[in-house]
Write a protein that binds this ligand. Sequence first.
Ligand code: NAP
Length: 277
Amino acid sequence: MSGHPSGPTGHTRVAAVIGEPVRHSLSPALHNAAFSHCGLDWVYVALPVGEGRGADAVDAMRVFGLDGLSVTMPHKQAVAAAVDELSPAARMLGAVNCVQRVGDRLVGHNTDGAGLVASLRHQLGFQPEGAEVVVLGAGGAAAAASAALVDDGARVTIVNRSRQRAETLASAIGDGATAGETHDVKRASLVVQATPLGMGSDDALPIDPGLLSSHQLLVDLIYHPLETPLIAQARSRGVRAVNGVGMLLFQAGLQFTLWTERPAPIDVMAEAVGFRL
Ligand code: NAP
C-alpha cells in the first residue's frame, strides 16, 4: 500500500530529522517505508542543522507546521530546553530525540530507553521486572538504558571507566540504580554494553568475556559492526547476545507511534534498511 502513489501533495504531512551530520541517517528510509506500508500521506526528510541552531529548528517546526521531529547529535539538549513540555524520560535525561505535536504544543520525548526495553522483550523474551542488570558505560545511551530498565522494575548496576560518572548517573536515577565494578557482571541476568568499544577494529574488549556465562543475556548497543568482538566472544560461551539494531528500530517505531498513533511496522522498517531482527 502506498500513502501518496503520485508523490507528495498539498496535504502531505512532513516529519524530519535534524542533526549534524545527518545525511548518513537511516531514519528517512525507516520512516518512509513505515508511512508507505501503513498508507499514510506523510513524508520524512533529513535536515542538516548546525551546532547551536537546535532551538531555532524547534521554532522552524512551529512555523512550518512539521508534524514530527527526530533529533540527533548535537541538538538533544538544546531541543529539550526549547519544547513546551517534556516526557518523564526526556526530563530525567535532559535530552530529547523526538518531538511530538499535541495541538499547538510541542512535547519532547526520549524513546531510546523504552526502545531498548521493547527490543529486549521482543528479541530475547527478557522481563525487566526484578532482573539484575549491569550497564557498561555512563554516557547518553547508558543513561537512557538504565533509567528505562529501572522504570520497568530492574535493578541496575552501572559500571564505567570513570567511577564518578557512574555514581552521578546512579544517584540521578535514584532507587534501583547503583554504581559498581566489572566483577558485578557475574551476577547479572542481562549485560548492556553501552560504550563505543567494539566500533574500532583495534578496540579493547569492554570487559573480560570470562566473566560471562551461558545463562546470561547480552545486548551490545553498537550496530556497526553487526557483530562486535564482545558479541562473538559471548556467543562462543553460549550467551544469547544481540546487537544495537533492535534498539535502533524499536526507538524509531515508538517515534512513529507518537506521531501517527499507529503501531509501527517494525519488520517493514528493518527490511527498508537491510536489517534482520
Ligand atoms: P557517550 O555519551 O560518549 O558515552 C560513552 C561512554 O563510553 C562513557 O561512559 C565513556 O566512559 C565510555 N567509554 C568511551 N570510550 C571508552 C574507553 N576507551 N574505555 C572505556 N570506556 C569508554 O556515548 P553514547 O551516546 O552513550 O553512545 C555509546 C554507544 O552506544 C555508541 O557505541 C553508540 O553507537 C551506541 N548507541 C546505540 C544506539 C542504538 O540505537 N543502538 C543509540 C545510542 C547509542 P567515560 O565516562 O569514562 O568517558
